[in-house]
Ligand binder design. Structure first.
Ligand code: MG
Length: 386
């Protein structure tokens, strides 16, 4: 860690998590310095962020936009780069202390590994990285003494509860789920749901991919896999409970029956700030809970019949190896097709399930096998859509 200020790299700075991370950094100029900003293709916002935060390095992953970004940053001190390889080299550079992994999907895997190999602190929002290659990523983190701090609100909650558990035995964790926009809809109505309806999340403002994943509950399934790797727990000990209020962000049940929970208003800047300031809590003037105004909190069992993606994710963990990677790849292709109006809502789980049986099983996949599985599953899913 550099002396004094923490030097931050944000991968996916123009997305929902990225912009909120910058909002936290904006509030604490005496604590943080923006070293690197990276985005996929949003040149205008990336250039504006680079100028505001005086970022040393700026990476546009889509190489065809390099010229546009260079022009937009002409006359600034920021050095401009393009492509995934540059990104991997820059996150590992000496000037970086904390890497915020907020890219969408499988594309986050390589830069996350590059950061961990260089021993950086990784504040991880990109759960697909752990879904696709959890064994490799956690092994890499341990080998290089690189901490992974969860940014996903549920996992941040569990992490905070585990701090309070002080090393005592955990019986299970309760991962809360909002249930998404279709929680109370009958199955026939969900079957006809459009992308526009799925994008209206009741409690959280998030990017399109994770919002669709929330509506199918694949997001919760991925979070079970994410929790398994982050907290080294078998899936039987990871229980999902629907909590439409999104106030309790998750709970840890101890061996004496006591349950530790973390509560706050649903605002991603809370878990992001917690990861950036860790182990110190940064004061944050977001909305506070008013328990009397809340009155009641609600909990219910998830419905696997209406939300088969959650069951698929449990099935993927049970099979293990490269199967969660295949599930993630198929889901990415299916979600994109659903957003484009090319397939229906329940085609998402149908496609994902079909892809399971189409990939060759590898019990302990190497990184190359993970990339091969990803490619194969995407090709299979695309073929099924046609
Ligand atoms: Mg979450």
């Amino acid at each position: 860690m550099n002396e004094g200020k923490r030097h931050i790299a944000i991968l996916g700075s123009t997305g929902s998590i990225g912009t909120q991370a910058l909002d936290i950094i904006r509030r604490y100029p005496e604590r943080f310095e923006v070293e690197l900003l990276a985005a996929n293709r949003n040149v205008d916002l990336l250039a504006a962020q680079a100028r505001e935060f005086d970022a040393n390095h700026v990476v546009i992953c889509d190489e065809s936009r390099y010229e546009a970004l260079s022009q937009a940053l002409e006359g600034s001190d920021s050095k401009v780069f393009a492509g995934a390889e540059s990104l991997c080299a820059l996150v590992a550079a000496e000037g970086v202390d904390i890497v915020v992994g907020a890219m969408v999907g499988f594309s986050g895997l390589r830069p996350t590994l590059a950061a961990l190999e260089a021993g950086k602190i990784v504040a991880l929002a990109n759960k697909e990285t752990l879904v696709a290659a959890g064994a490799i990523v956690t092994k890499c983190a341990a080998a290089h003494n690189a901490p992974i701090l969860p940014v996903d609100s549920e996992h941040s909650a569990i992490f905070q509860c585990l701090m309070a558990a002080a090393g005592n035995k955990v019986e299970k964790i309760h991962l809360t789920a909002s249930g998404g926009p279709f929680r109370s809809w009958p199955k026939e109505r969900i079957a006809a749901a459009t992308a526009a309806q799925a994008l209206k999340h009741p409690n959280w403002e998030m990017g399109a991919k994770v919002t669709i994943d929330s509506s199918t509950m694949m997001n919760k399934g991925f979070e079970v896999i994410e929790a398994k790797w982050l907290f080294d727990l078998p899936p039987e000990k990871i229980h999902v409970v629907v909590h439409p209020d999104s106030i309790v962000h998750s709970m840890v049940e101890m061996s004496d029956g006591a349950v530790l929970a973390q509560l706050s208003c649903p605002d991603m800047r809370q878990p992001i700030g917690f990861a950036l300031g860790f182990p110190e809590r940064l004061p944050f003037d977001g909305k506070r809970l008013d328990f009397a105004a809340l009155g009641t909190l609600h909990f219910e069992e998830p419905d696997l019949d209406r939300f088969p993606c959650l069951a698929l994710a449990y099935e993927a963990i049970r099979r293990g190896g490269n199967i969660p990677c295949a599930l993630n790849a198929a889901n990415e292709v299916a979600v994109k097709a659903f957003l484009e109006g090319r397939i229906g809502f329940y085609d998402i789980p149908r496609l994902c399930e079909g892809v399971f049986s189409g990939v060759d099983f590898a019990a302990e996949p190497s990184l190359d096998e993970i990339f091969a599985t990803d490619r194969k599953a995407r090709a299979l899913a695309a073929e099924k859509i046609r």
